[in-house]
Design a protein around this ligand. Sequence first.
Ligand code: 9MR
Length: 583
Amino acid sequence: MKKKSNPGLFMLAAFALLASSGCGNAELKKTRVEAPAANDIILVNQVGYQPGADKVALVRSDAERFEIIDATDGRVVFRGTAGEPRYWDLSGDTVRAAGFPGLKKPGTYRLCLEGSETCSAPFRIGRDVYTEITKAAIKSFYFNRSGFEITGEYGSEWARPAGHPDTAVFVHSSAASGSRPAGTVISSPGGWYDAGDYNKYIVNSSITNYTLLLFYQLFPEYCRSLHLSIPESGNEIPDVVDELLWNLGWYLTMQDPEDGGVYHKLTNLQFFGFEMPHEATQPRYVVMKSTAATLDFAALTAMAYRVFAGDPSEELRALADRCLEASGRAMQWAEANPDVIYRQPADVSTGAYGDGDLSDELFWALAETAITDGYVPEEGFLDGIKAGTPTWNQTGTLGLISLALSGPDSFSGIRKAAAGLLTAYADELAEKSARCPYGISLDRFAWGSTSDVANQALIKIIAMLLTGDDRYMPSVQADVNWLLGTNPTGYCFVTGFGSLSPMHIHHRPSGADGVAEPVPGFLVGGPNTSVMNDCQPAVPRSPFPAKSYTDSECSYSTNEICINWNAPLVFILGAMDSMGQVI
Ligand code: 9MR
């Protein structure tokens, strides 16, 4: 016979549970609400989790049990047991996964170790957790506009006068041609500053433009819903596209109208100090045409043509036609000059974006122009091609993405093959992330490692869209978590967001404007082991690659910002936000 339960005993047990968890303890409730964030012990996505997300935080402690409390009143709303301790040799620490997928109610919470005052930073659960950060990530491009005044109306405390009009730029001797001898003055206005420096580089602009165009191509309705409060807001064009046009307008001026070749960069001769844009008036030059820049340009303009050709806006349709023509002329130059590798002239020391292997740039350009012209590439075009993490010097995967998304029936064979290569790579990434205690797919920390994490998430999102299979989602979520706080440094790597975020970024305006907070919405480069001596005197950095980061202005190798890093951030957060609205 079943034993009758004793209500008295049950009450006692319940009381003991509440007391031990702190649930009934008014004092603990109160101190937990106010406790400083234990960012070194509990790592959470400091921006938040969508209600339907597979929510995971990480705990660096022996404690097994954890509780989620309501951050406003300290009430315990969820209890759980953290997973097995897992050591990661790249971070030198041991973490346990604290999952709370079942907690779906929107609110602001903290994760605390059971019965203790050790609590995480507050984080939100809500459908719109990624909306503001996506908007800020796009708006950071506006803050980096060259030749443009940022007014208080749109830039609040980060208002600044216009700098670098670039209407009188010298042709450098390395770029001299018959019609434009050295010293010729040309106009090449607009565009975004590349990063914390004030220069503008075609190679890096190309992948950035591509990523933002792809974002618009795949999420047009969502893009239309985003209001960024930029001067163009309110016109017929979505704000994201308006922002992109600021860069594309400049980009097109970098093609020599005479021969179709594209200058590698528009730059000062060297990196100067931390001055505001309008104070940095040193002469500017266009430097050397290169095959890498010209192929990238041919690819990007071919893609831009497709995105804008059928647009309701007359302005965008006209731009599409300009892009198509520019692409054809660039291709002609590159065919006639297939191996002009960029070599930094002796008197120039700004970013090189140099690349000795042009095969991936050629593949990208051939893929984009083939789709745009409607010519199915010949048999064997994909032979030896593998998908990888896109970077400014590895652009082949951009071509694969475009092929996998190409529309015409005649492309069905190559479309399938490209999609197969991408999903195979996404599978590989997802498997890697399952093996990593921090859940990411990255196993090397190069310059801009945060952008590698973001670009890997982008590939997994593309695979998800191609297959309709959401098995990649936990891995994408882990990438997003990593960027927003669930990483061994404890930083949310986006300025202005999270409870611990970079304050001393290597960004000239942020360093020189007298405003304590850096310009918001920028993704810093993050842990990096390729350069360790950027700060003089040296600032100590962890010997562990995944922790080799410092929030110091001098650390251009870990704490700079860059347009090609923010673009995949926009893509993945925007994609998550767009999908989260319907989950
Ligand atoms: O992101 C670039 C990185 O991959 C290179 O290793 C590094 C050195 O050449 O340059 C990085 O790009 C910088 C560029 O050269 C100048 N503007 C700032 C960029 C980000 O640090």
